[in-house]
Design a protein around this ligand. Sequence first.
Ligand SMILES: NC(=[NH2+])NCCC[C@H](N)C(=O)O
Ligand SMILES: [Mn+2]
Ligand SMILES: [Mn+2]
Length: 357
Amino acid sequence: MSAFRATALRSLSGRSIATPRLARAHSSRSEYFLRPLTETAAKPTYEYKFLAQPATVSVLSYPFSGGQPRAGVDKGPDHLVQAGLLNQLQSLGWHVEHNEGAVDTLLSTVKSDADIGKMKQPRAVSTVTKQLASDVADVAEGGKLPLTLGGDHSLAVGTVAGTKRKFPNAALVWVDAHADINTPLTTDSGNLHGCPVSFLLGLEGTDVAPFNEWLKPVLKPEDLVYIGLRDIDNGEKKILKEHGIKVFTMHDVDKHGIGKVMDLALDHIGRDRPIHLSYDVDALDPTITPSTGTPVRGGLTFREGHYIAEAIAETGNLVALDVVEVNPSLGDDAASVAQTVAIGCSLSRAALGETLL
Ligand SMILES: NC(=[NH2+])NCCC[C@H](N)C(=O)O
Ligand SMILES: [Mn+2]
Ligand SMILES: [Mn+2]
């Protein structure tokens, strides 16, 4: 038996992938790997208060790129898994399951996808995020932690909606160069990866088909905190101010240091409530994570980026994690891609309790 339980999620129509490559690697190794996980796994470094113990992470690969125009971001999940993410999480003491969303099958139901107003590929994004919401909710209902691998950041419409079904009180920590809070009315690009937060909040202009056929507002402005922003559209600045949303831009990171920023961010949301962490790898500086679709200079350092994830882990309150916008088709060379993928893995580990000591 593979050490990775390939327990298919009942509602996850995708192929269940106890990745054959990994399964082979295991059976060709020692007996150790063939024993049930419960006997070999160490205890997770942190007790996750809101999860069933011992903790299980359910990795959901969502190879979806329809929230933005650049090909390749749909290959992000495979690269993260092939880089050894599942083994790494297991080594931290987690039980690991892995499933893949049936993105191709879902998209085959979308016959044509003309713009609706300014929104590009609205039916694709809505169809995929609707299923993702139910996958994430199922994982959370099972007492497990969903780790969604994107894919572009429009996926967060689904992940956060899913988290909120199980944890209505969950706070959202959004780590990004961008606010992703454009509405269908304010967006210049029409790319829905720039809009997920407005849909979650139910801002003006988001009560539109096809989204309003399944999505209700799930988030209040005070439930949300941003870290790392440095490329905010004018319409977004207005929204952030009007709704009094807490933002720690790179200016704040420069001024206070990341330690203080995380203290303030956690003070803002409160220290005893479930946390959904949505991590866009473009929050880090493009010298650190070059292979991403909308890089912006002046980003988080390697350590700042990891510190954020570590500080969330230390709360013991993490209930869901997204790692998005790794695009292995971008970047100058193979080394850029490998580095970006490796950091997608190390950020995931940090959020799931990996410590330096
Ligand atoms: N998830 C991202 N990388 N989002 C980038 C968004 C860029 C820009 N604000 C837009 O609305 O198109
Ligand atoms: Mn971004
Ligand atoms: Mn983003």
